[in-house]
Design a protein around this ligand. Structure first.
Ligand code: SF4
Ligand code: SF4
Length: 439
């Protein structure tokens, strides 16, 4: 694609990177067929190619973002299905991330949109605030039906209340900074991203990860100073908070690398994993010491399933006769290109694995998308659940807390892949499967 940036515009490293991405697009349109918003809405401007044109015009003009550009970029899930499909290797992720930051800096959103984004940006990365907010949402949940059925703000509030779980598990002491010592001789040492929202919504995921890894002889460090990966702020175009969160993690993990040493930074929430693997790119224009340290962290960041394949996984008990519908989170399959590891591990554990039709399509979770774009999100959720049910499976496994929360509340129980692997290697049966299997 031809671009027309001025020499002065290209001196901005963000524009220079966007220009490189734009120039790789040959506008063939192959990506449109696998884009969830194009599939649902059928509008070229809600396809990757349409958005690429809109972003190109916006950046070339140098003018503030328009309402039209914001509407279509906001509808993008950042699911990255288009990147899997694109034959030219267009890095849509880096382009849309830059566009979101540009929009945040140049466009004045309506007050309620700004307010909701500010609240989400403040609350979600802070477990104590999130716990308090979810307790409040639980109290408000019975009154959700009183909200109007139309209008952006009521629909968003309804979505927030629907997503709030009916009960919250207590915080886990395992998520606090500490060294979890291996059982038996030490085979390796990793840092675990304990995360933010996940520690409130489902601490059983980190507990299963720590149990399984330590049983396999791996020392697991929850590093002091590490916290939210920054993805939630990053995807809302909030550049500074995202970089601050990433900087804290980079400092914490580099201290561990230079101290006790690390074989990997383990992430069990694939949305976060995609961002941590991108720290090297995010910090490419920062001071050289930060750019180097960010690249070191990204180089050893791994999804938990990638790491288990590397060190070897063996079940220690016979699996119950359950069929698991594997839901491939977009951030794992498209963002990180981790596709086979979770399924092959589940098969090794003894489960029958079913794959739903349209596995490439997003479930509508996408970070804060299900709260900010509830109509499209709920259509994608219904479509995904329909495909998952059609497999005839007994349960759903996924590797991302966002997808798990989005798909929860249906008749099929949803668990994290690691909970099933830990269970078959000596861990406890996941609580959500109590009605499926009597221990
Ligand atoms: S498939 Fe790739 S090259 Fe073709 S239009 Fe989409 S982004 Fe551009
Ligand atoms: S990231 Fe997903 S929603 Fe956005 S343009 Fe690409 S395929 Fe479509």
């Amino acid at each position: 694609m031809q671009t027309h940036f001025t020499a002065e515009q290209l001196r901005d490293p963000g524009i220079a990177s966007a220009n490189q991405v734009l120039r790789t697009c040959v506008h063939c349109g192959f990506c449109t067929a696998t884009c969830p918003t194009f599939v649902l809405l059928g509008d070229e401007l809600d396809s990757p190619r349409g958005r690429i044109y809109l972003i190109k015009d916006m950046l070339e003009s140098g003018r503030p973002a328009t309402e039209e550009v914001v509407r279509h970029v906001d509808r993008c899930l950042s699911c990255l299905s288009c990147m899997t499909t694109c034959p030219s290797g267009v890095n849509y992720m880096h382009l849309v991330d830059h566009a979101r930051t540009y929009i945040e800096q140049t466009y004045q959103r309506p007050w309620h949109d700004r307010a909701l984004r500010a609240v989400l940006g403040l609350v979600l990365p802070r477990p104590a605030l999130m716990r308090a907010a979810l307790l409040g949402a639980r109290l408000a949940k019975p009154f959700a039906g009183l909200l109007p059925k139309t209008g952006q703000l009521p629909l968003r509030l309804r979505a927030l209340l629907r997503l709030a779980p009916a009960s919250l598990p207590p915080a886990s002491h395992l998520d606090r900074p500490q060294d979890h010592k291996p059982v038996g001789p030490r085979r390796g040492r990793v840092a675990l991203l304990a995360g933010c929202a996940q520690t409130v919504l489902d601490p059983a995921i980190n507990a299963a990860t720590v149990r399984l890894l330590t049983r396999l002889g791996i020392e697991v460090v929850v590093a002091k100073g590490a916290g939210c990966c920054g993805a939630l702020a990053h995807h809302m175009g909030k550049h500074d908070p995202a970089m601050d969160a990433a900087r804290a993690n980079i400092a914490a993990w580099c201290a561990e690398m230079d101290g006790g040493g690390l074989d990997a930074v383990i992430i069990n929430t694939s949305g976060c994993g995609t961002t941590v693997k991108d720290y090297g790119y995010m910090f490419r224009n920062e001071a050289p010491d930060w750019a180097d340290r960010a690249a070191r962290v990204s180089a050893i960041a791994m999804d938990i399933t990638e790491y288990l394949v590397r060190i070897g996984y063996t079940p220690t008990r016979a699996a119950p006769p359950l069929t698991v519908a594997y839901h491939a989170a977009c951030s794992l399959q498209h963002g990180q290109k981790v596709t086979d590891a979770p399924k092959s591990l589940l098969r090794q554990a003894g489960f029958k694995v079913a794959e739903p039709a349209e596995g490439h399509l997003c479930c509508g979770s996408a970070g804060t998308y299900n709260m900010l774009q509830p109509e499209i999100s709920s259509q994608l959720r219904a479509r995904k659940l329909g495909n998952l049910h059609a497999t005839g499976a007994d349960l759903i496994a996924a590797g991302n807390i966002g997808c798990m929360t989005q798909l929860a509340g249906d008749t099929l129980p949803v668990v994290h892949t690691i909970e099933l692997l830990d269970w078959m290697a000596g861990g406890p049966q996941p609580e959500r499967l109590a009605t499926l299997v009597t221990a």
